[in-house]
Design a binder for this molecule. Structure first.
Ligand code: ZN
Length: 88
């Protein structure tokens, strides 16, 4: 097994480890909803990036799902009324 010839100095180790420090990320606010946001990232609260809607959020999908369900129920109710109407 290869063995190091000399002990590595504190200075050499510490100068290598200067790159291991975690850097602080800058945080901005969303232009649309003012929630805290990393720079150059889509806002996950409202789905906006630079004032333009680019992504559907969980709330948007929930609303869309509810509307689809209402349409489906309305069709089912309409079909039931049509079945009842010819008999009367
Ligand atoms: Zn936002």
């Amino acid at each position: 097994m290869a063995v190091p010839k000399r002990k590595q100095s504190k200075s050499r180790s510490r100068s290598r480890c200067t790159h291991d420090v975690e850097k602080v990320k800058s945080i901005t606010q969303c232009q649309n909803c003012s929630s805290p946001l990393n720079t150059h990232q889509v806002c996950h609260t409202c789905g906006f990036y630079k004032g333009v809607k680019v992504m559907a959020t969980k709330a948007d999908r929930s609303v869309k799902r509810g509307q689809a369900l209402q349409v489906k129920q309305a069709r089912a109710n309409g079909a039931q009324q049509e079945q009842v109407a010819p008999a009367s």
